[in-house]
Design a protein around this ligand. Structure first.
Ligand code: HEM
Length: 157
């Protein structure tokens, strides 16, 4: 089924890229919730956005497999030369995977500390680590999105 951007991408790919582009911006108010001390809402939104991002990745992955794999799609890219697309694709996959694992790890560790199932509790001495890693995860989400957009333009327009 064709997507809604009028490119060669399918509907699933367009839905996924839209999610990726919006995610770093959607996370900013979620971080602001924590700054304002609304920790419960911060936690709920983090869990929801992580689930949405994961679903978007799974759908994109299924679609890419059906299309013959990312290498096949990259091979059809016309806006950049083959070597550049391969480097970008590898970088994108590395950043996306590291970010997803970091995001999941931070969620699990933070949720356990917040609910008193692990020490030190949150908020508490773990806050500094949490804040630092939270910012790295945000940067990872942003870079995943930015490199994803370049790949999308190269492969589907
Ligand atoms: C689901 C579990 C989570 C819980 C229970 C939680 C809880 C908290 C709490 C209590 C704070 C306040 C800071 C403090 O400890 O004094 C905070 C801040 C923060 N959290 Fe989370 N958090 C969770 C997940 C995440 C995730 C997954 C991220 C990153 C993607 C994140 C990013 C941040 C950031 C950047 C701040 C700092 C805000 C500031 O600058 O003050 N949090 N979080």
């Amino acid at each position: 089924m064709p997507g809604f951007f009028g490119t060669r991408a399918s509907l699933l790919v367009d839905l996924a890229i839209t999610t990726f582009v919006l995610m770093p911006f959607a996370l900013l108010p979620v971080i602001r919730l924590a700054k304002r001390g609304e920790h419960r809402r911060h936690r709920a939104a983090q869990l929801a956005f992580f689930a949405i991002q994961t679903l978007a990745v799974v759908l994109l992955e299924v679609d890419i497999r059906l299309e013959g794999g990312s290498a096949a799609i990259a091979g059809r890219a016309v806006q950049l030369d083959g070597a550049a697309v391969r480097v970008l694709l590898l970088g994108h996959i590395a950043i996306a995977t590291t970010t997803w694992v970091g995001w999941l790890t931070l969620l699990v560790r933070s949720a356990r500390r917040y609910s008193g199932k692990a020490t030190p509790p949150l908020p508490g001495p773990f806050s500094r680590t949490h804040r630092r890693w939270g910012r790295w995860v945000w940067l990872g989400v942003f870079l995943t999105s930015a490199s994803g957009v370049v790949l999308y333009v190269a492969a589907f327009t």
